[in-house]
Design a protein around this ligand. Structure first.
Ligand code: GAR
Length: 210
């Protein structure tokens, strides 16, 4: 099976959705490492409970971003992972380090990219008065939240919505979207060949998988 490493900074509900899909037999992958920049991350506790090797590295223990990222990604490479999934990893990654993972790293982001890269996506969606919100999974490039989008999930925005209600409803969609994309990579339907390819053709528009 495809060997998958996951990086997460927080609670880890997207990681939980991946583990649940694996346990249900719908996601044929092997989790080889869950890493975090936060020793207190819920994602690490989830991984421990699931028997997945974990790694917590503190950025403050390194002189600069490139040396932290080098150390972290050396460990990811040593895990044998063929795919790296950023599931709520809240750090910018050094461009040279990212380049080594071109086509082998994906990120889930809570907006309909290219709208709202960066932080506070739910708030920015509300402030813009958008009728629709969503989440995107994209290949990771040096540009923050800027790599090619492979799949999106959408939710309508209602008059009563707040940041909290949007975040909650969107998270439920993320939990279907991310396992679906990882599954498409594991099955070989989605792959990288200088660009994203789906069923042997260049991906023209984001997929709706979930
Ligand atoms: C998710 O909503 C994910 O899309 C977002 O962080 C949350 C992590 O939740 N990611 C980003 O904002 C990346 N810039 P989780 O820890 O429960 O999976």
């Amino acid at each position: 099976p495809l060997k998958v490493a996951v990086l997460a900074s927080g609670r880890g509900s997207n990681l939980a959705s991946l583990i649940a899909a694996r346990d249900a037999g719908t996601l044929p992958v092997e989790f080889v490492l869950v890493g975090s920049d936060k020793a207190s991350a819920g994602a690490l506790r989830l991984a421990e409970s699931a028997g997945i090797p974990t790694l917590a590295l503190n950025p403050k223990s390194y002189p600069d971003r490139p040396s932290f990222d080098r150390a972290l990604f050396d460990r990811i490479a040593a895990s044998g992972a063929g795919l790296l999934v950023l599931a709520g990893f809240m750090r910018v990654i050094d461009a040279a380090v990212v380049a080594e993972w071109e086509g082998r790293a994906i990120n889930i982001h809570p907006s309909l990219l290219p709208k709202y890269p960066g932080l506070h996506t739910h708030r920015r969606c509300l402030e813009a008065g958008d009728a629709e919100h969503g989440a995107s999974v994209h290949y990771v490039t040096a540009e923050l939240d800027g790599g090619p989008v492979v799949a999106q999930a959408r939710i309508p925005v209602g008059a009563a919505d707040t940041e909290a209600t949007l975040a909650e409803r969107l998270l439920a969609e993320e939990h279907k979207l991310l396992p679906a994309v990882v599954g498409a990579i594991a099955s070989g339907r989605l792959r990288w060949s200088g660009k994203a390819m789906f069923d042997g053709r260049p991906l023209a528009a984001p997929l709706t998988l979930a």
